[in-house]
Design a protein around this ligand. Sequence first.
Ligand code: ADP
Ligand code: MG
Length: 627
Amino acid sequence: MPRIQQLSASVVNKIAAGEVIERPASVVKELLENSIDAGATRVDVRLEAGGRELIRVTDNGCGIEADDLMLAVSNHATSKIVSADDLFEVATMGFRGEALASIAEVSRTLLRTRTAESASGSELRVNGGVAEPVVPAGCPVGTTIEVRDLFFNTPVRQRFLRSPQTEIGHATEAFVRIALAHPEVHCRLEHGQREVHDLPPTDDWRVRIAALFGDELADALIEVESVDPPISLKGYAANPQYSRANNRLQYLFLNGRNIRDRALQHALGEAYRGLLLTGRYPICFLRFDMPANLADVNVHPTKLEVRFQDGGRLYSQLLSTLRTKFLSSDLRAGPGGQGVSPTCEEDLAASGTSSIVEWAKDQLTQRRFDSASAPSPSMRPVGEPLVMHRLPQPFRPFPEAGGVRPMPRAEEVSAEGGADDIADAAANLQAAAVVRESGAKAIQLHNRYLIVETEHGMEIIDQHALHERILYEQIRAKVAAGQLESQSLLVPEPVDLAADEAAAVLEHRELLKKLGVAVEPFGGDTVLVSSYPAMLANLPPREVLGEVVDRLMSSDRLPEATDLLDELLHTVACKAAVKYGDRLTSEEITALLDHRHLTENHHHCPHGRPTALVFSCDDLDKQFKRI
Ligand code: ADP
Ligand code: MG
């Protein structure tokens, strides 16, 4: 065994840097946290080449005394705690006193700072952990920290850095987390020549959320609040109509610190149970405030994870607050939700509480025309249209033979389904007509199920699940046969994404090309979709890309092209299929039943739900005690 030696400060710092500073985003996080701790009301972040060349954070906070400057970059030196007891009362973002030392160890760092009390500022350069003397410098009150050439002296680390686009994506996310936690601070982020975010201070959290995630999402947020002394919970949870394929839009804050907490995420999932389809995650922005000593923030080097004294209580508070709120809320789409087409989620939502049923019905009826079949005007149709399009719906007057009820007045019979019962009765009559006219022998029940006479008994078919299965198989067969037609858009469509999403999409351009989706960078976080699979003509490019992005972002590993495609096929089939709640014409019912036998696995929809329940004559006879 070699002899034991004390490690040098430089090695210690490099080890610490390995834990705390993983990539430019970590530097952005640490520097921003320091600015917040310094009481800044304005922070400007500037990055070059994804932060690899330059990360500069300028704040108007309290500044650092010239005499303390050297200490600021020394390990385990902090102004934020003094004793170990303070660890349990931490009210600042930082307290470990190792971020600046770590950063300065693995980069060329410059600190320029002035306190309000001193007439002039001071400056300190540290190159790869080697500090130059502190010198006077002219500067305003506050602090600027410039970090250049990150990891220049740790080549292994440097090799782990990804493309500037990916790094800027992570750095932006770090910025967003802090900007969300501190709406009272004016936060700006620039990358190269581009302004990524300029967020004026606000005391309305929703305004900041809207500035970061768009008005549409902000409009779909439901405000929640509860106090269980001494713990308060405040924030927003999105209408279940909005969800993601990953949990990245679940922002949780504890005393102004963004945290990750599996238990709380689980509570969220529970609160939305029945409102979202498996594999979809809620969106939320929630802040817990409680006395600092009820949580231990010193369990994770970057303080992302915390340990609660009474995690169970928090869990219940979150769950019950959301549940109670949902029960008393009208979960219909807000004004911002109009553009979203119905999906399986909404089918599922429809099986939840009655207000949700009503909501889903409305949504589905309202959108059956606009979302189902009209290709977007900028499309140049090349290949075949999507198999089994919805047939155009002729206007069907309600039959006078309704008998039981008075005739509805014209204004009651609207596309929004104002006179549901009447519509149902009419649908039944019409289904009976299907039996007579086409010999399809199907009755549509409640615009959801088809009852069919079979050779040995009867089946009850879930119209959406069956159609989805048929479409899925048809599309998959085409793909397998290499007949996946791509079509160019006459006018390529710009799609705005979050910075990290844009990065992921561009990084996986080749993979996307295999799926027939061609994307180009378009400056900023916008990508241009120039062509995409012809069979997706029914869906706006942004929706297609959104699904791909969700999938790309939800796994650490690059998904296999086939997995990604499969995922996409599920989505497409689901979106293109007739919906739970859609009234079908006799032609549609016939077409649906005719296609059923062409599919390999028509007993289950691609999500694994059964498409049909089968009852044999024997079963029925037994039920009726005939045998
Ligand atoms: P910590 O934040 O855990 O204390 P850091 O290494 O991040 O450790 O910072 C060391 C010290 O440098 C801080 O405790 C603080 O006193 C000082 N400091 C760092 N950044 C700033 C800033 N932007 N404004 C004022 N003081 C700062
Ligand atoms: Mg710090």
